[in-house]
Write a protein that binds this ligand. Structure first.
Ligand code: PBG
Length: 346
């Protein structure tokens, strides 16, 4: 991916009868499919895909998520089937998100530290049966807290350092259960460095950290909160820890800190509305940089496809190619299996 801009100044000399006397005609390179393919700068392959899946307790059950048509919560055995399918399609990695039984949620999110919680069960089951697929786990407390926040809540404030202590332990619990990549999505200050130190101290030097470096306080997460069951319980909003949508330089600062603290990979979230941030982070740090095409983006695209308002065969690959053009190395997308099937069909 090159980041320089063109220095071409086309010259046009008007001619009376036969049109413009142009030397530069960019349309030549677009005249047919073979040349368009030949000159295409960005491409999408199955190696670019990370598939986020939702896991719930129980057996042999899949339940639809109303605001994410086509996406289901899976019991652990079904998640194993999904992992097998993903591996067959050569999708490199899954990202796991749990729907935690409301009875197990409390103010401290203590279930996050249970080494037999749903995430750990899914990690062990998938690792045992599909060892070749990469497993990424989300580190944050929101699926586990009764108030739906990513951290500890005291008098309406989210406590930073106390939360980081818990996130470090949550990361080690996940690494012990088989997580390959820890993805902190909580946006507490200092968590990447603390998690790195905690993983290393526990002997997990090779577990990578994909930091949600630039995560914005976004309405695009709405359907996800339905999926993990926090939409109704969330008190207030997440604006004291997630970023303000108006800020770009702040994303560079957040990412710089994460890089210093030991992040192996960066992520931007949401995706399409924040492609400028993807580009800026990739240009500034050159680290593997990912984008999350989040639940609300999925819902908008899939809703329009299902209504026949847009062409799904074209709009999904186009939306993913846009991430690649913006410099992303890969995309977390709920469309992953569908697009992998199409890529495999050629
Ligand atoms: C939780 C988390 C969220 C998402 C990923 N991890 C929601 C939030 O911050 O409220 C959103 C993913 C999506 O919308 O698809 N920390």
């Amino acid at each position: 991916m090159a980041f320089s801009s063109p220095r071409i100044h086309p010259v046009a000399t008007p001619r009376a009868a036969s049109g413009l006397d142009l030397v530069q005609r960019p349309r030549r390179n677009r005249k047919s499919d073979w040349t368009r393919r030949l000159v295409r700068e960005a491409s999408l392959t199955v190696d670019d895909l990370i598939w986020p899946i939702f896991v719930m307790k129980g057996q042999a059950t899949r339940t639809p998520i109303a605001s994410m048509p086509g996406v289901e919560r899976l019991t652990v055995d079904e998640a194993v089937r999904a992992a097998e399918y993903a591996a067959r399609l050569k999708i490199p990695a899954l990202a796991l998100f749990p729907y935690i039984d409301p009875a197990l949620r409390d103010a401290e999110g203590s279930e996050a530290l249970n080494e037999n919680n749903l995430v750990c069960q899914a990690l062990r089951a998938i690792k045992a049966e599909v060892p070749e697929i990469g497993l990424i786990t989300d580190v944050a407390l929101d699926p586990f807290t009764s108030h739906g926040h990513d951290g500890l809540l005291e008098d309406g404030r989210i406590l930073n350092d106390e939360t980081v202590d818990i996130l470090v332990r949550q990361s080690v619990v996940q690494a012990e259960a088989g997580a390959d990549v820890i993805a902190p999505s909580d946006m507490m200050d200092g968590r990447v460095g603390a998690i790195r130190a905690g993983l290393d101290a526990a002997g997990f030097q090779d577990v990578q950290i994909m930091s949600y470096a630039a995560k914005y306080a976004s309405a695009f997460y709405g359907p996800f909160r339905d999926a993990i069951g926090t939409a109704k319980t969330l008190s207030g909003d997440k604006r004291t820890y997630q970023m303000d949508p108006g800020n770009g330089l702040e994303a560079l600062r957040e990412a710089a800190l994460d890089v210093e603290e030991g992040a192996d990979m960066l992520m931007v979230k949401p995706g399409l509305p924040y492609l400028d941030i993807v580009w800026r982070l990739k240009e500034a740090f050159g680290l593997p940089t990912f984008a999350y095409q989040v639940s609300g983006e999925y819902a908008m695209i899939e809703g329009a496809i299902r209504n026949g308002w847009v062409d799904g065969d074209r709009i999904v690959p186009e939306s993913l190619l846009a991430f690649k053009r913006a410099g992303a190395d890969g995309i977390l997308t709920y469309f992953a299996p569908r697009i992998a099937e199409r890529l495999a069909a050629g």
